[in-house]
Design a protein around this ligand. Structure first.
Ligand code: URA
Ligand code: SF4
Length: 265
């Protein structure tokens, strides 16, 4: 999908659409968020404080999908605002991205009691919301966080084998032409320094994967192997796009107000 101005790219938002489509997308995402906040389609509605529809930039090319809200998320109605979210922000910063320029949501939008795993029938009940969000956003990349999200976008895979890799997302997920890129869940990285180290290495590949997916979707040949993302976690940036890099982005604090769909208004 090419729009005027599509060559002026932020690292992950792409700034790829005109104002009318941006506003239409924002309104459609807001409408889904309102439905989610009122939803009683599964038993998770009973235990929630606030539903967590997800939030982010309506023009983004990259959607992160976690498992389900935890305690902090349940209280605030926003995804990934606790310790796992702080680590996710550091992962993003390591490649020069900020949470405000991606979209972040979950497989289930309401907190499973005591942070238990979501049940298959709960995942199935909630799936239409994620599918509709993805139909609107039409991302080039879906980044799965943890095995429940991976199971939805990379069915039959094992996280220990496919973390750091990507494969086409099935069409029934609502994506049109997206790669599903698997990461460990940040909560797992908080429990294991080896998983944390590995995850910085995995996410370092993401800018090049986005660049290749963008090129394919626009019908442009993918960048050569020499353009692959550098290895390692330190000041790894979206190096195809130095002109729009925020010089502070590798150390950005999560203090800006994100572009929200889940804020109280
Ligand atoms: N873990 C998740 O999977 N999602 C959140 O939103 C927060 C923590
Ligand atoms: Fe509705 Fe999803 Fe919440 Fe279940 S988890 S009540 S399906 S929004």
């Amino acid at each position: 999908m090419t729009a005027a101005g599509s060559t002026s790219l932020d690292s992950a938002t792409g700034a790829r659409r005109d104002d009318a489509t941006t506003e239409a997308r924002r309104a459609a995402l807001d409408a889904i968020a309102a439905e989610v906040r009122a939803c009683t389609r599964c038993r998770l509605a009973q235990g929630r404080t606030k539903a967590v529809p997800g939030e982010g930039h309506p023009d983004t090319e990259v959607v992160f999908v976690g498992e389900g809200p935890g305690q902090n998320e349940d209280q605030q109605g926003r995804p990934f605002v606790g310790r796992a979210g702080e680590l996710l922000v550091r992962w993003l910063a390591s490649i020069g991205w900020r949470r405000q320029e991606v979209f972040i949501t979950n497989i289930v939008k309401c907190r499973p009691p005591g942070n238990r795993d979501p049940e298959p029938d709960e995942i199935a009940a909630c799936a239409p919301y994620l599918r509709r969000q993805l139909e609107i956003l039409d991302p080039a990349i879906v980044v799965t966080l943890g095995r429940f999200s991976m199971g939805h976008f990379r069915p039959g895979s094992r996280i220990t084998q496919i973390h750091g890799t990507h494969a086409p997302a099935p069409a029934e997920t609502g994506t049109r032409d997206a790669e599903a890129f698997a990461l460990f869940h940040p909560a797992a990285a908080l429990r294991s320094t080896e998983v944390e180290r590995q995850s910085y290495e995995d996410i370092a590949a993401l800018p090049a994967v986005l660049q290749a997916a963008r090129g394919r979707r626009d019908g442009v040949p993918a960048a050569g192997p020499g353009d692959a993302a550098p290895e390692g976690r330190d000041d790894t940036t979206a190096d195809d796009d130095p002109g729009t890099m925020d010089p502070d982005s590798t150390t950005v604090a999560d203090d800006d107000e994100p572009t929200l769909f889940s804020a109280e208004s």
